[in-house]
Ligand binder design. Structure first.
Ligand SMILES: Nc1ncnc2c1ncn2[C@@H]1O[C@H](COP(=O)(O)OP(=O)(O)OP(=O)(O)O)[C@@H](O)[C@H]1O
Ligand SMILES: [Mg+2]
Length: 647
């Protein structure tokens, strides 16, 4: 993997970095809409106006000084204020020693006042124009960037919500959240750096240098001398700091990931009294990050210092050279010109300083844009692609869910595979109530997730309502299946919003009826605010059983033809569970119900129980028949001490 040394030099490395920044910038430009592009291009016009107002400013000050001394300013830029003073009409100019035409006598006082005032009015107008153009630029660029930021964030989150669950589950939530936030920020920043900072700075530097070179090429060349050293320092800075920036970015993500993980498990951390250990984990990561950051900041401070010294040195050289030219016999330039070039040099170096900062920040933002593009390029889950060919048939007694040689392998982050389902073939008829039992990790949840297209089979076929599962769109699956998972999804909002989630047409009465079926209505009424009670994030202010029944109420409200309960009643006490079981029993007549349970007594009323073991279905039959059989199921029942009386 060793690249030729030539391409590893700082120049080549800088070139590569700049090409990446330029490429990212092009990609950012391609991603925004035409309306936004037009607004940003208008911003460039405004910036040109701003650059012009900034560049003429030193000439008018120099011109004023010359006029006060009775010399005609050389620069054509002073033509307009000169014309306004009326000086040209009133006097004849004679060739002077500096090349400036000179008046034979001192200016009378009234004319002097008029000249000074006219020039100052022009200088003031340049000031006003410069500041107004800055406001206009801000309005155009900021207005557009905030809109782009919003649109990009929404686009990214929408994309990620459709992403492959397997890929997403490998990320830590906090790290992913941080990356989403920062990558969108970096995207907009790269755009803003271009339009708010880089273009204006280049315009001002370019126009000031061009004007200096055309007015007095020798002084102009000395002024331009500041650029090469500055460029070398910038290249050095960027190539030496590029790795550190990426490391800082990643370590921040890791820190975010850790903190979000800890906040999620705060109750356990307190119970286990491991907060000191957790704080230590954060402290170590934060200290490593701090050391890296301070090294980076110090390096940046030194680079900044050398650049400023270089600029200061050239400022001194420019002033000295200009004074030399103004004082030799015969003088080449006037004292006004000295002032002009000194001010003009400041117009060059101030934006030049910005150019370094911009290149540096653009480099960091381009890393974040890289993250954004990576995230936008993550594959969309294949269940989003195919439109429904036909709505599955729902005939009671006909096969509803059929799997044939179904296998699923999970890919672990280190690239290895783990088989969770192994050649599973089974058939469920519509209207059946199916129990699923088996040891923990035997593949029950994976099997259900395949049916809901949350996990995709590695081999085998699944038929849903007579149609291949691949032909079922997310809409169809959502309509067909009500799902209560092992870890119910409860979000921050009211109880009513939580129950009505996914059922936009539901009325208050529907919600109450569903809550009654799930045996949670009375408890809701006892909460402050009843159905308007505010549920905390992830349902932290509810009990485990309440969360589960909330999810059950949601499933009952949806009233789907297939009801899947993965440990859907495991957190309930026996009395509540029996009540919920009765509600499920009442609802099972015209629908398919699949229940996974470790408390095997809840499966006694199932038409059939599928017994999973190491990713296979090893037994199936009614509760009593399986118990008689004396196999895996009987062993599970016996070991749980869950035997019904009399067996
Ligand atoms: N996202 C995943 N990545 C890798 N392996 C996984 C993933 N999800 C599950 N597994 C593995 O697949 C196997 C089956 O898991 P599954 O969740 O289907 O078991 P289960 O029968 O539902 O267990 P439980 O009764 O504990 O809920 C387990 O060994 C588990 O470690
Ligand atoms: Mg499970």
């Amino acid at each position: 993997m060793s690249a030729p040394t030539k391409t590893n030099g700082p120049l080549a490395s800088f070139g590569r970095e700049m090409r990446t920044v330029a490429q990212r910038w092009r990609q950012v430009w391609q991603m925004i809409s035409n309306v936004h592009r037009r607004a940003l291009l208008l911003g460039i016009l405004v910036m040109l106006l701003n650059a012009a107002a900034t560049a003429v400013f030193p000439f008018w000050i120099g011109g004023l000084v010359d006029c006060v001394q009775g010399k005609q300013p050389l620069s054509w830029l002073s033509f307009v204020p000169m014309w306004a003073t009326g000086l040209d009409d009133a006097y004849d100019w004679k060739q002077g020693r500096t090349g400036h035409d000179e008046l034979a006598a001192r200016l009378p006082n009234d004319l002097l006042v008029r000249v000074v005032l006219t020039f100052l009015v022009f200088v003031a107008a340049a000031y006003v124009l410069r500041e107004l153009s800055l406001v206009a630029r801000k309005y155009l660029v900021e207005g557009t960037s905030t809109r782009i930021e919003k649109e990009t964030a929404v686009k990214l989150v929408t994309h990620l919500l459709k992403g492959d669950l397997h890929v997403l589950s490998r990320e830590r939530i906090g790290a992913l959240h941080g990356r989403i936030h920062r990558s969108v920020e970096g995207f907009v920043k790269l755009l803003k750096l271009g339009f708010m900072d880089l273009f204006p700075a280049l315009c001002v530097v370019g126009s000031s240098l061009v004007l200096a070179l055309t007015q007095q090429p020798r002084v102009g060349l000395v002024m331009a001398g500041v650029i090469p050293v500055s460029l070398v320092l910038t290249i050095w800075q960027m190539t030496s700091q590029k790795g550190i920036r990426l490391q800082l970015l990643r370590s921040k993500e890791a820190l975010d990931g850790t903190v979000v993980e800890q906040l999620g498990g705060i109750e356990y951390i307190r119970a286990a009294n491991t907060h000191a250990q957790e704080a230590d984990r954060v402290a170590q990561a934060a200290e490593l990050r701090r050391l890296k950051a301070i090294r980076h900041h110090m390096a940046m401070a030194w680079f900044g210092c050398f650049k400023a010294l270089n600029e200061g040195l050239f400022h001194i050289i420019v002033i000295a050279y200009a004074i030399y030219l103004a004082t030799i016999r015969p003088p080449v330039i006037s004292l006004g010109d000295v002032l002009t070039f000194s001010t003009l040099f400041l117009s060059v170096i101030n934006p030049l300083k910005e150019v370094h900062r911009i290149l540096d920040e653009a480099h960091e933002s381009s890393l974040q844009v890289g993250d954004l593009l990576d995230m936008l390029n993550t594959p969309v889950d294949k269940s989003f692609f195919l439109p429904t060919l036909r709505y599955p048939e729902l005939e009671l007694g006909e096969p509803m869910i059929v799997t044939d040689g179904l296998s699923v392998e999970y890919r672990t982050p280190d690239g290895r595979t783990k088989r969770a389902l192994d050649n599973v073939s089974m058939s469920i008829r519509h209207g059946e109530t199916i129990g699923a039992a088996g040891r923990s990790g035997s593949g029950k949840s994976t099997w259900l997730k395949v049916v809901m297209r949350l996990v995709h089979p590695t081999a085998g076929r699944v038929i849903l309502g007579g149609e291949p599962l691949e032909a079922a769109s997310r809409e169809v699956i959502a309509k067909l299946i009500g799902y209560v998972s092992q870890t119910p999804f409860v979000f921050a909002g009211t109880i009513e919003e939580n129950i009505a989630y996914g059922n936009p047409g539901a009325t208050r009465d529907d919600v109450i009826r569903a809550a009654e079926m799930a045996c949670i209505h009375d408890e809701i009424m006892a909460m402050p605010g009843g159905y308007q009670f505010h549920v905390a994030e992830r349902g932290h202010n509810l009990s485990g059983g309440q969360r589960q029944r909330l999810a059950l109420a949601r499933a009952f409200l949806k009233n789907p033809p297939i009801l899947i309960l993965d440990e859907g009643t495991s957190a309930l006490d026996n009395i509540s569970e029996r009540a919920v079981q009765r509600a499920i029993a009442a609802a099972r007549a015209d629908r398919t119900v699949i229940m996974v349970a470790h408390r095997l007594s809840t499966l006694r009323d199932s038409d059939r129980i599928l017994v999973f073991d190491e990713g296979r279905i090893v037994e199936q039959g009614t509760y009593d028949a399986l118990l008689q059989q004396g196999g895996v199921f009987a062993e599970l029942v016996h070991s749980a001490g869950d035997l019904p009386s009399g067996v």
